[in-house]
Design a protein around this ligand. Structure first.
Ligand SMILES: *[C@@H]1O[C@H](CO)[C@@H](O)[C@H](O)[C@H]1NC(C)=O
Ligand SMILES: *[C@@H]1O[C@H](CO)[C@@H](O)[C@H](O)[C@H]1NC(C)=O
Ligand SMILES: *[C@@H]1O[C@H](CO)[C@@H](O)[C@H](O)[C@H]1NC(C)=O
Length: 329
């Protein structure tokens, strides 16, 4: 039984050496995988597992999010506890620390029914302090907890090109972890060292991303006012030293690229409210480590203002739209 693979949860070292089996073609590996949180990001990750032939046990607080899984004849259950009852490998992908606490420790949380030796992989980006507490609770239940926040966004999830930043996995187990997360859509798996270091790497990445998105939007806005056609300007920047992911892959200006949120009125993608939340986590981490993050603080305020103005659900590229609107003041 696959369950026996995970019966080492009480030990210090997570049983990741056995994770290779999860992605192999063995019969045992096709026991159901639980997935809690099938929103923008969780949805393609869960579907990648489906593509690999894994039966899923799905839960989401929004029944609408579960509908297409129900239509695909996957099992949809009515609480995270039910997921834990039916699956011994569970992935969680949740938007905030509050959702995370509810999903794990709530009245119908995973910890109410989690089986000894289960593997719980959390891909959310949340407060490392909350995570630390949850991991302790998971360990007390005799299960294994891994933090594996993810980068690349929805666009990278579909072609299975995500980067996972994994905490709490020994380096020698990296290859095994890579195989498991490969089934969820990962092409890169970075083992970051001690537990919570995955979250730390993720927070630093999103902090850098927020700034590079904002500066790309500002540069484009200025450039457009100075004259060049936006598409041409984007192409030039894309061939020059100011180039970054926001300028060559996930452009914030409508009309420059197809298939990105800016081409669709900033629908989908990575919500501004989530970016504001991550920048809040960055601020907290900077405070606790006495680090200076001058630009990060500005970016945090900008994204909070965008939320206050009612665009919290739009993709964070909408910082470009926000800059345009501000000019009319
Ligand atoms: C995956 O990401 C890498 C690095 O960002 C990029 O070079 C590559 O083209 C991507 N592959 C696909 C299939 O999107
Ligand atoms: C930037 O360049 C890459 C490859 O050189 C290309 O795939 C991408 O579409 C370009 N982006 C823009 C906005 O021109
Ligand atoms: C931060 O600075 C305070 C005051 O100077 C000091 O007491 C504390 O140890 C520092 N913390 C870290 C993590 O460096």
């Amino acid at each position: 039984m696959a369950a026996s693979l995970w019966l080492r949860g009480a030990t210090k070292q997570p049983a990741v050496a056995s994770l290779a089996a999860v992605c192999s073609r063995s019969v045992a590996s096709k026991t159901p995988v639980g997935f809690t949180g099938v929103g923008n990001m969780g949805n393609p990750m869960a579907k990648n597992l489906m593509k690999h032939g894994y039966p899923l046990i799905i839960y989401d607080v929004f029944p609408d999010a579960c509908k297409e899984f129900l239509d695909a004849r996957e099992q949809v259950v009515s609480s995270p506890a039910d997921v834990a009852e039916k699956a011994d490998r569970i992935i969680t992908m949740l938007p905030t620390s509050i959702d995370e606490i509810e999903a794990y420790s709530g009245a119908n949380g995973i910890l109410k029914k989690v089986k000894k030796g289960s593997l719980l992989i959390d891909s959310s980006t949340i407060d490392p302090v909350v995570l630390k507490e949850l991991a302790k609770e998971v360990e007390e239940m005799g299960a294994v907890f891994m933090d594996a926040p993810v980068s690349g966004g929805v666009r990278a999830a579909w072609p299975a090109n995500l980067t996972f930043m994994v905490g709490g996995v020994a380096e020698e187990s990296a290859a095994a972890a890579q195989q498991l997360l490969g089934c969820v859509g990962g092409s890169n798996v970075a083992c970051c060292g001690a537990a919570w270091s995955g979250q730390a790497a993720k927070i630093c990445n999103n902090f850098l991303l927020a700034i590079s998105k904002t500066r790309t939007a500002e540069a484009m806005n200025l450039g457009i006012r100075l004259g060049p056609d936006p598409k041409l300007l984007a192409k030039i920047l894309n061939m020059s030293s100011g180039r970054c992911w926001s300028s060559d892959t996930y452009h914030p200006v409508p009309g420059v690229m197809d298939g990105v949120p800016s081409a669709d009125n900033y629908q989908g993608g990575f919500g501004t409210t989530l970016m504001a939340k991550d920048l809040g986590l960055t601020r907290d981490s900077a405070t606790s480590t006495n680090s200076s993050i001058l630009l990060g603080t500005q970016a945090h305020q900008i994204y909070r203002m965008i939320c206050v103005k009612g665009s919290s659900k739009k993709d964070f590229s909408s910082v470009f739209q926000f800059l345009r609107e501000k000019e009319t003041f």
